[in-house]
Design a protein around this ligand. Structure first.
Ligand SMILES: Nc1ncnc2c1ncn2[C@@H]1O[C@H](COP(=O)(O)OP(=O)(O)OP(=O)(O)O)[C@@H](O)[C@H]1O
Ligand SMILES: [Mg+2]
Length: 396
Protein backbone atom coordinates (compact mmCIF):
# COMPACT_ATOMS: atom_id res chain seq x y z
CA UNK A 1 0.00 0.00 0.00
CA UNK A 2 2.81 2.39 0.78
CA UNK A 3 5.29 3.60 -1.82
CA UNK A 4 7.87 1.22 -0.41
CA UNK A 5 5.85 -1.67 -1.80
CA UNK A 6 6.04 -0.55 -5.43
CA UNK A 7 8.50 -2.53 -7.55
CA UNK A 8 9.49 -2.07 -11.12
CA UNK A 9 7.21 -3.51 -13.78
CA UNK A 10 9.00 -6.18 -15.83
CA UNK A 11 7.95 -8.48 -18.63
CA UNK A 12 8.53 -12.12 -19.43
CA UNK A 13 8.10 -12.59 -23.15
CA UNK A 14 5.02 -10.58 -24.06
CA UNK A 15 3.18 -10.91 -20.68
CA UNK A 16 3.60 -7.76 -18.62
CA UNK A 17 4.03 -8.33 -14.89
CA UNK A 18 1.98 -6.05 -12.69
CA UNK A 19 3.56 -4.25 -9.79
CA UNK A 20 2.89 -5.00 -6.10
CA UNK A 21 0.44 -2.18 -5.71
CA UNK A 22 -1.68 -3.36 -8.62
CA UNK A 23 -1.54 -6.93 -7.34
CA UNK A 24 -2.60 -5.72 -3.96
CA UNK A 25 -5.48 -3.72 -5.36
CA UNK A 26 -6.61 -6.74 -7.37
CA UNK A 27 -6.47 -8.88 -4.27
CA UNK A 28 -8.53 -6.45 -2.22
CA UNK A 29 -11.01 -5.98 -5.06
CA UNK A 30 -11.62 -9.71 -5.38
CA UNK A 31 -12.34 -10.25 -1.69
CA UNK A 32 -16.10 -10.36 -1.18
CA UNK A 33 -16.38 -12.09 2.18
CA UNK A 34 -14.64 -9.29 4.04
CA UNK A 35 -15.24 -5.57 3.91
CA UNK A 36 -11.75 -4.11 3.50
CA UNK A 37 -11.54 -0.36 3.42
CA UNK A 38 -9.29 2.49 4.33
CA UNK A 39 -9.97 5.45 6.54
CA UNK A 40 -8.11 8.73 6.66
CA UNK A 41 -6.71 9.78 10.07
CA UNK A 42 -10.10 11.33 10.97
CA UNK A 43 -12.09 8.22 10.16
CA UNK A 44 -13.36 9.30 6.72
CA UNK A 45 -13.61 6.41 4.26
CA UNK A 46 -11.13 6.74 1.42
CA UNK A 47 -11.29 3.28 -0.14
CA UNK A 48 -13.88 0.51 -0.36
CA UNK A 49 -13.87 -3.04 -1.74
CA UNK A 50 -16.70 -5.16 -3.18
CA UNK A 51 -16.83 -7.09 0.14
CA UNK A 52 -17.83 -3.81 1.80
CA UNK A 53 -20.58 -3.34 -0.74
CA UNK A 54 -21.80 -6.92 -0.30
CA UNK A 55 -21.82 -6.80 3.49
CA UNK A 56 -22.92 -3.24 4.12
CA UNK A 57 -24.89 -2.45 0.99
CA UNK A 58 -23.24 0.84 -0.05
CA UNK A 59 -21.60 1.26 -3.44
CA UNK A 60 -18.13 2.73 -3.54
CA UNK A 61 -19.52 6.02 -4.89
CA UNK A 62 -22.00 6.29 -2.04
CA UNK A 63 -19.64 5.67 0.78
CA UNK A 64 -16.21 7.08 -0.07
CA UNK A 65 -15.93 10.47 1.67
CA UNK A 66 -18.33 9.50 4.48
CA UNK A 67 -17.33 9.07 8.11
CA UNK A 68 -17.09 5.41 9.11
CA UNK A 69 -19.17 5.99 12.26
CA UNK A 70 -22.30 5.66 10.10
CA UNK A 71 -21.84 1.85 10.31
CA UNK A 72 -22.22 1.99 14.08
CA UNK A 73 -25.48 1.78 15.97
CA UNK A 74 -26.71 4.92 17.66
CA UNK A 75 -25.89 3.59 21.14
CA UNK A 76 -22.33 2.80 20.09
CA UNK A 77 -21.96 6.19 18.38
CA UNK A 78 -23.20 7.99 21.50
CA UNK A 79 -20.83 5.90 23.62
CA UNK A 80 -17.91 7.06 21.44
CA UNK A 81 -17.14 3.56 20.09
CA UNK A 82 -15.85 4.68 16.65
CA UNK A 83 -13.32 7.16 18.08
CA UNK A 84 -12.36 4.68 20.79
CA UNK A 85 -11.59 2.02 18.16
CA UNK A 86 -9.31 4.39 16.23
CA UNK A 87 -7.55 5.56 19.38
CA UNK A 88 -6.92 1.99 20.58
CA UNK A 89 -5.56 1.02 17.14
CA UNK A 90 -3.29 4.09 17.19
CA UNK A 91 -2.04 3.48 20.70
CA UNK A 92 -1.75 -0.30 20.65
CA UNK A 93 -1.02 -1.04 16.99
CA UNK A 94 -4.29 -2.96 16.50
CA UNK A 95 -7.88 -3.00 17.63
CA UNK A 96 -10.17 -6.01 17.46
CA UNK A 97 -13.76 -6.26 18.54
CA UNK A 98 -17.08 -7.91 17.92
CA UNK A 99 -20.22 -5.80 17.85
CA UNK A 100 -23.41 -4.83 16.08
CA UNK A 101 -23.15 -2.73 12.90
CA UNK A 102 -25.69 -1.24 10.55
CA UNK A 103 -26.24 -2.00 6.90
CA UNK A 104 -27.41 0.67 4.46
CA UNK A 105 -31.01 -0.56 4.83
CA UNK A 106 -30.80 -0.03 8.60
CA UNK A 107 -30.67 -3.75 9.46
CA UNK A 108 -28.14 -4.90 12.02
CA UNK A 109 -25.47 -7.50 11.52
CA UNK A 110 -22.92 -8.97 13.89
CA UNK A 111 -19.45 -7.84 12.87
CA UNK A 112 -15.97 -8.92 13.73
CA UNK A 113 -13.82 -5.85 13.26
CA UNK A 114 -10.06 -5.33 13.03
CA UNK A 115 -8.53 -1.86 12.73
CA UNK A 116 -4.84 -1.36 11.95
CA UNK A 117 -3.16 2.06 11.87
CA UNK A 118 -1.08 2.88 8.79
CA UNK A 119 2.10 4.83 9.44
CA UNK A 120 4.40 6.44 6.91
CA UNK A 121 7.65 7.93 8.03
CA UNK A 122 6.36 8.07 11.59
CA UNK A 123 3.20 9.90 10.54
CA UNK A 124 -0.29 8.41 10.77
CA UNK A 125 -1.79 8.43 7.28
CA UNK A 126 -4.93 6.45 8.02
CA UNK A 127 -6.36 3.11 9.07
CA UNK A 128 -7.05 -0.21 7.40
CA UNK A 129 -10.32 -1.68 8.58
CA UNK A 130 -11.49 -5.21 7.99
CA UNK A 131 -15.05 -6.18 8.86
CA UNK A 132 -16.44 -9.69 8.69
CA UNK A 133 -20.13 -10.54 8.88
CA UNK A 134 -20.36 -13.21 11.58
CA UNK A 135 -24.12 -12.94 12.13
CA UNK A 136 -24.79 -16.54 11.16
CA UNK A 137 -22.12 -17.95 13.44
CA UNK A 138 -23.16 -15.60 16.25
CA UNK A 139 -26.81 -16.51 15.93
CA UNK A 140 -26.06 -20.22 15.74
CA UNK A 141 -23.98 -19.85 18.91
CA UNK A 142 -26.80 -17.91 20.61
CA UNK A 143 -29.34 -20.52 19.54
CA UNK A 144 -27.10 -23.23 20.94
CA UNK A 145 -26.70 -21.35 24.24
CA UNK A 146 -30.46 -20.79 24.44
CA UNK A 147 -31.12 -24.45 23.77
CA UNK A 148 -28.58 -25.44 26.42
CA UNK A 149 -30.11 -23.04 28.92
CA UNK A 150 -33.60 -24.29 28.17
CA UNK A 151 -32.42 -27.86 28.59
CA UNK A 152 -30.72 -27.07 31.92
CA UNK A 153 -33.85 -25.23 33.04
CA UNK A 154 -36.14 -28.09 32.08
CA UNK A 155 -33.81 -30.56 33.80
CA UNK A 156 -33.90 -28.34 36.90
CA UNK A 157 -37.68 -28.19 36.79
CA UNK A 158 -37.84 -31.94 36.31
CA UNK A 159 -35.49 -32.48 39.28
CA UNK A 160 -37.47 -30.10 41.48
CA UNK A 161 -40.68 -31.82 40.39
CA UNK A 162 -39.27 -35.24 41.24
CA UNK A 163 -37.96 -33.98 44.55
CA UNK A 164 -41.23 -32.31 45.52
CA UNK A 165 -43.14 -35.41 44.53
CA UNK A 166 -40.84 -37.65 46.59
CA UNK A 167 -40.94 -35.36 49.61
CA UNK A 168 -44.71 -34.98 49.48
CA UNK A 169 -44.99 -38.77 49.41
CA UNK A 170 -42.53 -39.13 52.26
CA UNK A 171 -44.29 -36.65 54.49
CA UNK A 172 -47.69 -38.07 53.60
CA UNK A 173 -46.58 -41.55 54.59
CA UNK A 174 -45.12 -40.30 57.85
CA UNK A 175 -48.20 -38.26 58.70
CA UNK A 176 -50.41 -41.24 57.88
CA UNK A 177 -48.46 -43.37 60.35
CA UNK A 178 -48.70 -40.68 63.03
CA UNK A 179 -52.41 -39.94 62.47
CA UNK A 180 -53.37 -43.63 62.36
CA UNK A 181 -51.42 -44.30 65.55
CA UNK A 182 -53.11 -41.40 67.34
CA UNK A 183 -56.56 -42.53 66.19
CA UNK A 184 -55.94 -46.09 67.31
CA UNK A 185 -54.67 -44.85 70.67
CA UNK A 186 -57.81 -42.73 71.02
CA UNK A 187 -60.01 -45.74 70.22
CA UNK A 188 -58.27 -48.09 72.70
CA UNK A 189 -56.54 -45.92 75.27
CA UNK A 190 -56.49 -48.65 77.92
CA UNK A 191 -54.49 -51.27 76.04
CA UNK A 192 -51.11 -50.22 77.46
CA UNK A 193 -49.05 -52.65 75.40
CA UNK A 194 -50.71 -51.63 72.16
CA UNK A 195 -50.49 -47.95 73.02
CA UNK A 196 -46.74 -48.40 73.65
CA UNK A 197 -46.26 -49.98 70.23
CA UNK A 198 -48.30 -47.30 68.46
CA UNK A 199 -46.41 -44.53 70.22
CA UNK A 200 -43.07 -46.10 69.18
CA UNK A 201 -44.23 -46.26 65.57
CA UNK A 202 -45.43 -42.66 65.62
CA UNK A 203 -42.20 -41.42 67.21
CA UNK A 204 -40.17 -43.28 64.57
CA UNK A 205 -42.20 -41.62 61.80
CA UNK A 206 -41.76 -38.21 63.43
CA UNK A 207 -37.99 -38.81 63.74
CA UNK A 208 -37.80 -39.61 60.04
CA UNK A 209 -39.74 -36.43 59.25
CA UNK A 210 -37.38 -34.42 61.43
CA UNK A 211 -34.35 -35.95 59.69
CA UNK A 212 -35.83 -35.14 56.30
CA UNK A 213 -36.34 -31.49 57.17
CA UNK A 214 -32.81 -31.35 58.59
CA UNK A 215 -31.41 -32.81 55.36
CA UNK A 216 -33.37 -30.32 53.30
CA UNK A 217 -32.23 -27.39 55.40
CA UNK A 218 -28.64 -28.62 55.26
CA UNK A 219 -28.89 -28.88 51.49
CA UNK A 220 -30.58 -25.51 51.03
CA UNK A 221 -28.19 -23.61 53.26
CA UNK A 222 -25.09 -25.73 52.61
CA UNK A 223 -25.31 -26.90 56.29
CA UNK A 224 -25.08 -24.27 58.93
CA UNK A 225 -22.53 -25.66 61.32
CA UNK A 226 -22.11 -24.50 64.89
CA UNK A 227 -19.18 -26.70 65.89
CA UNK A 228 -18.01 -27.37 69.42
CA UNK A 229 -15.55 -29.79 71.00
CA UNK A 230 -17.12 -33.20 71.49
CA UNK A 231 -16.20 -36.72 72.36
CA UNK A 232 -17.68 -38.86 69.55
CA UNK A 233 -18.45 -41.76 71.87
CA UNK A 234 -20.44 -39.37 74.05
CA UNK A 235 -22.34 -38.07 71.04
CA UNK A 236 -23.14 -41.61 69.89
CA UNK A 237 -24.29 -42.60 73.37
CA UNK A 238 -26.56 -39.57 73.51
CA UNK A 239 -28.35 -40.59 70.32
CA UNK A 240 -28.22 -44.37 70.79
CA UNK A 241 -31.98 -44.73 71.29
CA UNK A 242 -32.64 -42.69 68.14
CA UNK A 243 -30.41 -45.00 66.09
CA UNK A 244 -32.00 -48.10 67.58
CA UNK A 245 -35.49 -46.73 67.03
CA UNK A 246 -34.71 -46.21 63.35
CA UNK A 247 -34.17 -49.95 62.91
CA UNK A 248 -36.67 -52.70 63.38
CA UNK A 249 -36.15 -55.67 65.64
CA UNK A 250 -34.70 -57.90 62.90
CA UNK A 251 -31.64 -55.66 62.92
CA UNK A 252 -28.99 -56.02 65.55
CA UNK A 253 -27.36 -52.63 66.25
CA UNK A 254 -23.95 -53.01 67.89
CA UNK A 255 -21.66 -50.33 69.23
CA UNK A 256 -17.93 -51.02 69.06
CA UNK A 257 -16.36 -47.88 70.45
CA UNK A 258 -12.64 -47.22 70.65
CA UNK A 259 -11.21 -45.91 73.89
CA UNK A 260 -9.31 -42.72 74.69
CA UNK A 261 -10.22 -41.00 71.44
CA UNK A 262 -9.29 -37.34 71.02
CA UNK A 263 -12.06 -34.77 70.85
CA UNK A 264 -13.44 -33.53 67.53
CA UNK A 265 -14.74 -30.10 66.64
CA UNK A 266 -18.17 -30.74 65.13
CA UNK A 267 -21.76 -29.63 65.06
CA UNK A 268 -23.56 -32.14 67.29
CA UNK A 269 -26.91 -31.97 65.47
CA UNK A 270 -25.32 -32.52 62.06
CA UNK A 271 -23.17 -35.32 63.46
CA UNK A 272 -26.30 -37.03 64.77
CA UNK A 273 -28.05 -36.55 61.42
CA UNK A 274 -25.04 -37.94 59.51
CA UNK A 275 -24.84 -41.11 61.61
CA UNK A 276 -28.61 -41.51 61.46
CA UNK A 277 -28.46 -41.22 57.66
CA UNK A 278 -25.90 -44.03 57.58
CA UNK A 279 -27.91 -46.19 59.97
CA UNK A 280 -31.08 -45.66 57.91
CA UNK A 281 -29.20 -46.54 54.71
CA UNK A 282 -27.91 -49.72 56.31
CA UNK A 283 -31.38 -50.59 57.57
CA UNK A 284 -32.81 -50.10 54.06
CA UNK A 285 -30.08 -52.34 52.65
CA UNK A 286 -31.11 -55.18 54.98
CA UNK A 287 -34.84 -55.77 54.41
CA UNK A 288 -34.56 -59.25 55.95
CA UNK A 289 -32.53 -58.10 58.92
CA UNK A 290 -28.82 -58.20 59.69
CA UNK A 291 -26.24 -56.44 61.80
CA UNK A 292 -25.25 -52.80 61.89
CA UNK A 293 -21.94 -52.09 63.61
CA UNK A 294 -21.37 -48.53 64.71
CA UNK A 295 -17.69 -48.22 65.55
CA UNK A 296 -15.19 -45.52 66.45
CA UNK A 297 -11.41 -45.59 66.13
CA UNK A 298 -8.36 -43.44 65.54
CA UNK A 299 -6.87 -43.65 62.06
CA UNK A 300 -3.82 -42.15 60.37
CA UNK A 301 -4.82 -41.17 56.87
CA UNK A 302 -4.62 -38.57 54.14
CA UNK A 303 -7.84 -37.34 52.53
CA UNK A 304 -8.75 -39.35 49.39
CA UNK A 305 -8.57 -36.24 47.18
CA UNK A 306 -5.08 -35.41 48.51
CA UNK A 307 -3.57 -38.88 48.56
CA UNK A 308 0.00 -37.54 48.66
CA UNK A 309 -0.65 -35.19 51.61
CA UNK A 310 1.03 -35.94 54.95
CA UNK A 311 -0.99 -38.45 56.92
CA UNK A 312 -2.72 -37.12 60.00
CA UNK A 313 -4.94 -38.36 62.74
CA UNK A 314 -8.64 -38.73 62.24
CA UNK A 315 -11.31 -39.92 64.59
CA UNK A 316 -13.43 -42.22 62.42
CA UNK A 317 -17.02 -43.15 62.99
CA UNK A 318 -17.88 -46.17 60.90
CA UNK A 319 -21.31 -47.60 60.16
CA UNK A 320 -21.03 -51.06 58.63
CA UNK A 321 -23.73 -53.45 57.51
CA UNK A 322 -23.99 -56.86 55.90
CA UNK A 323 -26.75 -55.80 53.53
CA UNK A 324 -27.13 -55.72 49.77
CA UNK A 325 -24.04 -53.60 49.11
CA UNK A 326 -23.75 -51.25 46.13
CA UNK A 327 -22.75 -51.91 42.54
CA UNK A 328 -19.79 -49.87 41.26
CA UNK A 329 -22.22 -47.71 39.25
CA UNK A 330 -24.37 -46.91 42.30
CA UNK A 331 -21.30 -46.29 44.46
CA UNK A 332 -19.96 -43.82 41.94
CA UNK A 333 -23.09 -41.68 42.15
CA UNK A 334 -24.17 -42.39 45.73
CA UNK A 335 -23.08 -39.05 47.20
CA UNK A 336 -24.71 -36.95 44.48
CA UNK A 337 -27.55 -34.87 45.92
CA UNK A 338 -30.93 -36.36 44.97
CA UNK A 339 -29.39 -39.59 43.67
CA UNK A 340 -31.44 -42.46 44.98
CA UNK A 341 -32.21 -46.00 43.90
CA UNK A 342 -35.17 -46.13 46.23
CA UNK A 343 -38.75 -45.86 45.06
CA UNK A 344 -40.65 -42.60 45.27
CA UNK A 345 -41.44 -41.75 48.85
CA UNK A 346 -38.74 -44.04 50.25
CA UNK A 347 -35.67 -41.92 49.72
CA UNK A 348 -34.83 -38.42 48.54
CA UNK A 349 -31.15 -39.06 47.80
CA UNK A 350 -29.91 -36.51 50.30
CA UNK A 351 -28.51 -38.83 52.99
CA UNK A 352 -25.00 -39.47 51.74
CA UNK A 353 -24.75 -35.98 50.33
CA UNK A 354 -25.39 -34.64 53.87
CA UNK A 355 -22.82 -37.10 55.28
CA UNK A 356 -20.26 -36.01 52.74
CA UNK A 357 -20.98 -32.30 53.20
CA UNK A 358 -20.83 -32.59 56.98
CA UNK A 359 -17.49 -34.46 56.92
CA UNK A 360 -15.93 -32.01 54.44
CA UNK A 361 -17.15 -28.94 56.30
CA UNK A 362 -15.77 -30.36 59.53
CA UNK A 363 -12.33 -30.58 57.90
CA UNK A 364 -12.50 -34.31 57.28
CA UNK A 365 -13.87 -36.68 54.68
CA UNK A 366 -16.22 -39.59 54.21
CA UNK A 367 -15.11 -42.92 52.88
CA UNK A 368 -17.39 -45.58 51.32
CA UNK A 369 -16.40 -49.21 50.86
CA UNK A 370 -19.10 -51.44 49.45
CA UNK A 371 -19.43 -54.73 47.73
CA UNK A 372 -22.52 -56.08 46.08
CA UNK A 373 -23.95 -58.96 48.11
CA UNK A 374 -21.54 -58.46 51.01
CA UNK A 375 -22.29 -55.14 52.63
CA UNK A 376 -21.30 -51.53 53.02
CA UNK A 377 -19.02 -49.65 55.37
CA UNK A 378 -19.11 -45.87 55.47
CA UNK A 379 -16.65 -43.95 57.63
CA UNK A 380 -16.87 -40.32 58.62
CA UNK A 381 -13.30 -39.25 59.37
CA UNK A 382 -13.00 -36.11 61.49
CA UNK A 383 -9.70 -34.38 62.23
CA UNK A 384 -8.48 -35.29 65.71
CA UNK A 385 -8.17 -32.22 67.96
CA UNK A 386 -9.44 -29.90 65.24
CA UNK A 387 -7.66 -28.86 62.09
CA UNK A 388 -3.97 -28.31 61.57
CA UNK A 389 -2.72 -30.47 64.43
CA UNK A 390 -1.26 -33.76 63.31
CA UNK A 391 0.25 -34.61 66.65
CA UNK A 392 -0.72 -34.18 70.29
CA UNK A 393 -2.13 -36.39 72.94
CA UNK A 394 -5.71 -35.37 72.48
CA UNK A 395 -7.36 -36.99 75.51
CA UNK A 396 -9.58 -34.16 76.46
N1 LIG B 1 -25.57 -49.00 53.23
C1 LIG B 1 -25.95 -49.05 51.95
N2 LIG B 1 -26.11 -50.23 51.30
C2 LIG B 1 -26.49 -50.29 50.01
N3 LIG B 1 -26.74 -49.20 49.25
C3 LIG B 1 -26.61 -47.99 49.83
C4 LIG B 1 -26.19 -47.84 51.20
N4 LIG B 1 -26.13 -46.53 51.47
C5 LIG B 1 -26.48 -45.88 50.35
N5 LIG B 1 -26.79 -46.74 49.35
C6 LIG B 1 -27.19 -46.41 47.97
O1 LIG B 1 -26.88 -45.05 47.73
C7 LIG B 1 -28.05 -44.31 47.36
C8 LIG B 1 -27.97 -42.91 47.90
O2 LIG B 1 -28.01 -42.91 49.32
P1 LIG B 1 -28.54 -41.63 50.08
O3 LIG B 1 -28.51 -41.92 51.54
O4 LIG B 1 -27.80 -40.43 49.60
O5 LIG B 1 -30.02 -41.47 49.58
P2 LIG B 1 -31.29 -42.37 49.92
O6 LIG B 1 -31.01 -43.27 51.07
O7 LIG B 1 -31.72 -43.01 48.66
O8 LIG B 1 -32.36 -41.26 50.34
P3 LIG B 1 -32.41 -40.44 51.74
O9 LIG B 1 -31.17 -40.76 52.47
O10 LIG B 1 -32.46 -39.02 51.34
O11 LIG B 1 -33.64 -40.91 52.41
C9 LIG B 1 -29.20 -45.13 47.94
O12 LIG B 1 -30.41 -44.89 47.22
C10 LIG B 1 -28.67 -46.55 47.77
O13 LIG B 1 -28.86 -47.03 46.46
MG1 LIG C 1 -30.20 -42.47 52.81
Amino acid sequence: MSAAHVVKTTAIGSIPLIDDEQQFRLLVQSVTDYAIYMLDPDGVISNWNPGGERIKGYTREEIVGQHFSRFYTEEDRLAGEPEYGLRMAREHGKYEKEGWRLRKDGSRFRASVVIDPIWQDGRLIGYAKITRDITERYEAQKRLELAQRALAQSQKIEAVGKLTFGLAHDFNNLLTVIINSLELIKAHPDDAERVGRLVDGAVRAADRGALLTRQLLAFARGQNLAPEWHDVNGLLARSESLYRRACDTAIDVRFELGEGLPAVFVDAAQFEAAVLNLVVNSRDAMPDGGTIRIGTCLRYASPPDKADAVERRYVCVTVADNGTGMSAAVQERAIEPFYTTKEVGKGSGLGLSQVHGFAAQSGGFADIVSQLGTGTRVSICLPADGEGEGEGEGER
